[in-house]
Design a protein around this ligand. Structure first.
Ligand code: UDP
Ligand code: MG
Length: 318
């Protein structure tokens, strides 16, 4: 198998037929063997019925989840099933263009890249999405040190061993280039790709994407830096906070002694409310972050972080 095209889909019935025709048309001109791995992420429309029809005409391997588990889970199972030397992911909604397949394939096979990420230079999305996305990509670049313009493009190509090595869970599909980089695949490239407006149906991600994306970025950076040595993080933060507390204690003590020796009436520190606000905010903020990171570590190490139920699995020609 030369190419596996992994397509996560959730309620995209109207797009699937055109998508398969288009992929097939492009790939037919390449003289290679390919498969389309369709992962129906618990669609409630007629997506699965449409796939059952399409499977008779196209080399489709289809998996149906018992419910909606999210794009990351869909990609994860698709990656596990992919047998192509090159694995290409693509959204199902016709916003990504199958015309990019030959060039992406070439960049992996001939140019030797581990991962090629699509870059939707000219996007066809509302401003409410494109402006925060710019900010998000900037922050991700700064925090990860990986110079991509568009981390969360659905259209990406990988060497097969890359997708087998990384584990996409939760909503980590936004950060696959970082996961790959941390797993030792440093040859990451970018390709400007065509992007189309959504033709049918609606977007599956609302404004929460930005909050979740920000939190996941914290987790991923934290996990890759301190996941195996959490004491370096907790220890230094703890020491710092303790040190600040210790200085404050010295200051209060010193002040008290000074006032006593000079016979100055003491000013009660508890009268300054800003002191308590700062103190409480600091303590609560630290606690929250610690709780978040501890939770993240537990999730990472839990055996069931990528557990989902497959309802049906069907294959072309079977
Ligand atoms: N998707 C999915 N499971 C989900 C949400 C989305 O498989 O829970 C699929 C969706 O069907 C599409 C792709 O992920 O093929 C990208 O989703 P969408 O087009 O809604 O995202 P956007 O383009 O708005 O970022
Ligand atoms: Mg889309």
């Amino acid at each position: 198998m030369d190419i596996s095209i992994v397509v996560p889909l959730y309620n995209e019935a109207d797009s699937l037929t055109e998508l398969c025709e288009w992929i097939d048309r492009v790939v037919k001109g390449m003289d290679i063997r390919y498969e389309i791995i369709m992962v129906d992420d618990g669609s409630t429309d007629s997506s699965w019925e449409t796939i059952q029809t399409l499977i008779t005409s196209y080399p489709i391997h289809a998996i149906q989840f018992s419910r909606n588990y999210g794009k990351s889970a869909a990609l994860h199972i698709g990656f596990q099933k992919a047998s192509g030397a090159v694995v290409i992911t693509m959204d199902a909604d016709l916003q990504d263009s199958p015309d990019e397949i030959p060039e992406l394939y070439k960049m992996i096979i001939s140019d030797g890249l581990d991962l090629v990420s699509g870059y939707k230079k000219k996007r066809h999305d509302p401003l409410s999405k494109t402006i925060p996305t710019k900010l998000y990509n900037w922050a991700t670049r700064k925090m990860s040190g990986i110079h991509l313009h568009d981390f969360n493009c659905g259209l990406k190509a990988y060497k097969n061993k890359v997708v087998k090595r990384i584990e996409v869970y939760g909503e980590m599909h936004r950060y696959i280039p970082i996961l790959a980089h941390r797993a030792g695949f440093k040859n990451i490239g970018e390709k400007v790709v065509q992007h189309y407006p959504r033709k049918h149906g609606v977007t599956k991600f609302g404004w929460e994407r930005f909050i979740n994306g920000f939190l996941d970025l914290q987790s991923i950076v934290f996990m890759s830096r301190f996941g195996k040595k959490p004491m370096h993080f907790f220890g230094s933060l703890g020491s710092l906070v303790f040190f600040i507390g210790f200085l404050a204690f010295l200051w209060i003590g010193g002040n008290k002694i000074y006032c006593l020796t000079q016979h100055i009436p003491e000013k009660n520190i508890a009268e300054e409310s800003i002191f308590f606000i700062a103190l409480t905010a600091m303590v609560i903020g630290t606690q929250l972050f610690l709780a978040g990171f501890l939770g993240e570590m537990i999730v990472r190490n839990a055996a069931h972080r990528n557990e989902y139920e497959i309802e049906q699995e069907i294959n072309h020609g079977q």
